[in-house]
Design a protein around this ligand. Structure first.
Ligand SMILES: Cc1cc2nc3c(=O)[nH]c(=O)nc-3n(C[C@H](O)[C@H](O)[C@H](O)COP(=O)(O)OP(=O)(O)OC[C@H]3O[C@@H](n4cnc5c(N)ncnc54)[C@H](O)[C@@H]3O)c2cc1C
Length: 399
């Protein structure tokens, strides 16, 4: 079998490496060049994602991240609401890793290339159609085409593959928050290295983590009733955006203002989106993985980990079923419940980050302490303890 993979983000290279392990050839087609590699924010890889990478012999120590074992929730007055572990990893003693997205992309792509997997840049998928004899032909904006036995859409939240499969698919949903962040330097903050502090501020949500001496990574979620248009996003010059963040956090306890002042370049704001339920995940030899199938907001801390699980599991099903149509169906049956439950959970958490001026005091005094206590008592083990047994028979894979 040979697979065409669309997208060289996180899911694309992972899927290609997993297919190779399953004895299936794959080539990756990525719309952009490598010029965007240095840009952007960071993310956290949870133990379930790290364990899925280990199936492919990718060691978390090679990803350029740092240990992030726990997080603290705090109110706008600085009160500690809860201390939460970020998942345990008994089998290898690993904890969650925080890594720049660009570092993760580059390292996964480089590893795929090192293993002999071709990546074609500048290939933007425009169409895909079934070919004779059960295969598929992909057409790209540059006029080139590619043929294979199956096509895997790993092309992210705004997936073209998804639109080809189902032109009526609902667009990504705006979750009510703008996202931003940055890297502060030459500053010291309280708290152990690697423990996120997350503050439900009076007007917006602020989180930071001590990366090492003088090095603080942070992000902020800013409530906004409707998604900002491209023109509105462009109108926030770096100076205006910085001034807006200073205004939003001026009355909260904690080091937000010092961290903002120590950040040379604040990442421009963007709308936070998710995809609560994608109706069509596959048809014939074409299927979706990663954000293309189930975009989840960064609030979950699980988007990248789910994407990695997807790539390994789909390869496992393709190895065992042979036929792409059956493999995609088995993959959807194994994945849909887990990912949609997590997307819904992330949306509920996002809602807590949106203070309503009329009910904020109630949120801060009653709801947040209750929710935080419940979070500290409950377990997210069903998310972070998920493991893929590569050698298990197909019918024994976890749901
Ligand atoms: C700022 C930010 C912070 C985040 N924080 C976290 C976090 O803390 N923890 C976490 O787990 N997740 C986080 N996420 C989510 C995580 O980054 C995604 O879930 C993950 O990147 C999904 O991987 P993917 O490969 O499916 O999609 P992507 O990483 O989006 O990759 C898709 C690739 O497909 C390419 N592509 C798109 N269209 C085409 C086309 N037509 N033809 C060819 N190629 C195409 C794109 O250029 C891209 O390279 C965050 C996301 C953002 C934006």
């Amino acid at each position: 079998m040979s697979a065409i993979i669309i997208g060289a983000g996180i899911t694309g290279p992972v899927t290609a490496m997993a297919l190779q392990k399953a004895g299936i050839d794959a080539e990756i087609h990525e719309a952009y060049g490598r010029t965007a590699d240095g840009v952007g924010a960071y993310l956290t890889l949870a133990p379930n994602g790290l364990a899925a990478l280990r199936v492919l012999d990718v060691d978390h120590r090679d990803l350029g991240g740092f240990d992030t074992p726990a997080l603290e929730l705090r109110g706008s007055d600085g009160r500690l609401l809860a201390h939460l572990g970020m998942g345990r990893d008994d089998d290898a003693g690993t904890v969650s890793q925080t890594v720049r997205r660009s570092d993760l992309y580059v390292r996964l792509r480089d590893e795929a290339v090192r293993r002999g997997i071709p990546i074609h840049y500048g290939r933007q998928l425009v169409d895909a159609a079934a070919a004779g004899a059960g295969g598929v032909v992909a057409s790209f904006a540059d006029g080139t085409t590619a043929e294979g036995d199956l096509l895997i859409g790993a092309d992210g939240l705004h997936s073209r593959t998804r639109a080809i499969l189902d032109p009526a698919c609902p667009p990504p949903r705006y979750t009510g928050l703008l996202n931003t962040g940055g890297y502060a330097s030459g500053i010291s903050v309280d708290g152990p290295v690697g423990v996120f502090t997350m503050i439900f501020g009076r007007r917006a949500f602020f989180a930071y983590v001590n990366r090492g001496p003088g090095d603080v990574w942070w992000f902020a979620n800013v409530p906004r009733a409707r998604a900002a248009t491209d023109a509105e996003l462009a109108a926030w010059t770096p100076e205006r955006w910085r001034a807006e963040l200073v205004r939003l956090f001026a009355d909260d306890a904690g080091p937000a203002l010092r961290i903002l002042a120590a950040t040379p370049e604040i990442i421009a704001p963007w709308n936070t989106l998710d995809l609560p339920s994608v109706p069509v995940w596959h048809r014939g030899p074409i299927g979706l993985v990663g954000d293309a199938a189930h975009g989840i907001s960064p609030t979950s801390g699980q988007g990248a980990s789910l994407a990695i699980e997807d790539g390994v599991l789909l390869a496992r099903f393709l190895r065992d079923h042979g036929d792409p149509t059956r493999a995609f169906a088995a993959f959807e049956a194994a994945r849909r419940t887990r990912v949609e439950r997590l997307i819904a959970q992330a949306k509920r958490t996002s809602n807590q980050k949106i203070p309503n001026p009329l009910t904020r005091v109630l949120r801060d005094r009653v709801i947040l302490p209750l929710v935080s206590r419940a979070a500290a008592r409950s377990t997210n083990d069903w998310v972070t303890d998920y493991r893929i047994d590569w050698d298990a028979p197909a019918d024994r894979l976890p749901a």
